[in-house]
Design a protein around this ligand. Sequence first.
Ligand code: ADP
Ligand code: MG
Length: 622
Amino acid sequence: METLEFQSEARQLLRLMIHSVYSNKDTFLRELVSNASDALDKLRLETFRDKDLVADTSDLHVAIEVDRDERTLTIRDNGIGMTRDEVIGLIGTIAKSGTAEFLQKVKQTQDAAASQDLIGQFGIGFYSSFMVADKVTLVTKHPRSAEGVRWESTGEGTYTIEDVADAPQGTAVTLHLKPADAEDHLADYTSTAKITEIVKRYADFITWPIRMAKEDGAEPTTINSRKALWARPASEVTEDEYAEFYRHVSHDWNKPLETIRMHGEGVFEYQALLFIPSQAPLDLFMRERKRGVQLYVKRVFIMDDCEELMPEYLRFVKGVVDAQDLSLNVSRELLQHDRQIQLVRRRLVKKVLSTVKSMMADKPESYATFWREFGGAVKEGLLSDTDNRDAILDIASFASTEDAEKPTTLAQYVERMKDDQQHIYYMTGDSRATVENSPHLEALRAKGFEVLILTDPIDEMWVEAVPGFKGRTFQSIAKGQVDLETEEEKAQAEERQKDFADFLEWMTKTLADRVKEVRLSSRLTTSPACVVGDAHDLTPTLEKMYRAMGQELPPVKRILELNPGHGLVTGLHKAYGEREDHGPLAESAELLYGMALLAEGGDLPDPSRFVRLMSEHLERAL
Ligand code: ADP
Ligand code: MG
């Protein structure tokens, strides 16, 4: 027998469980039954995949055994079990994402009751046993291990582990219940009536039989109805039942934001029960993230994470699709080429998007939550799902200069557009502040035009690819020429252009290493200068992104635009006209360029040189 130590996070979590005053302790049973049900699913799948696996799948079930005299409660399954290494890895450590954050939150919460509520939201899994038991014994056997394993712990720092010869297939978790009078929050978990009630409440929908003998010596009977929630008439299912099922499929202990039911009839019959969570998972933008839709065939669980049923950009949607006309042997390869499955996927996507659209109208607060949590992922669909582009644009919202607090939809933007406004103006940048302070915004502000503020990394990409919304094109205010002038203003601009022609040519030559052109601007009112991209050039953010991904790119030179109404520019222009020797003016040109870069939040190529030139010039002016 070996005695091992729990990993430190696990120790913290266990201490929390042992001293828990969390009032809803019944949830420990939900956790254990849920684990047992997962284990049965896994075994069934494994035997499909690996024909050589020796396991008995003829009567997969969960059994609950109560011993009133010993005060023990055993939850037994004949599922996949665990190897010795798995027991140490899965039970002795906590791999669950978000555990560290959870513990941090608990620490920060001074109020004991509030910190106990966090337990309810986090979903504490196997360790919740220690809320009701002072010792837990687990005996398990994996079909690929020759021997079984016995694990035991009081939850205080260490556990023991030893091999056992005669362990049956699957896992048995035995709880040595705390004394009956331990404290008032403890219900009588040796009461079969109590156990039945908890199973009914939390696990009725589990499709595997959960059996228990109601009295000593009686035959075990099945105590859950095993009715798949998605197969029951919608009118009969309560919101609590949906929430409970959501917890089971998602392992997320918050309530879902929205529940979606669908069914298809005809050639390909299916039922779907989907959920939009109320909170983005921590791995939403990580590489190994999973999609959340499970595939069932005729009530039998086939696979988790069925990517053929939900596109990547809707990976946060959880739930179940139960198809009637697929083989139980169906593989991912087969699914990929199945036209019916593709059809189902198209319908599911449309349904999810239209559900969000009705949320916008009926439950604006839920919609706001949805977009805050998942908007970043949904926008990926603008690139990957061109068929649904319009539907995605319809449900999107964006920060805008109109309202600092509240994002706007495109429909609302278009409604507010000025009579003489042609385009939907936007600017991309790192943050709202950089965009708002950027000189590019000046003339649009002066004209009263609204500008969308796009600060997600994905914004840079889709906005290039999507031509427009309802016939209005997207126009960057930091790229190309911005055509904001009236006829009269245009005539004046042409005059000025002639006037400045020599000067601009000289500026262009002077700054040739840094910019491709220096020209006059119509977008500036108060700043002296700004840098803009050519209409088809990469933006600085994209350039940085590609370089970070290791792509070789020639340096992208941009255009320096000068404000012909600004004293610095007119002053420099005048000095240029009056002097024979233009050499000394080159430094001023360089400073002007540096200021334009700083104003948009960009990096100076040589900051210390900039500071030196600037201080010399200031000194001379004093
Ligand atoms: P979660 O179920 O969210 O992963 P748990 O703490 O409930 O977290 O369980 C941790 C892991 O231990 C499970 O993911 C599973 O791999 C393993 N496990 C727990 N109970 C069983 C069981 N009855 N049979 C097989 N494996 C189990
Ligand atoms: Mg679990």
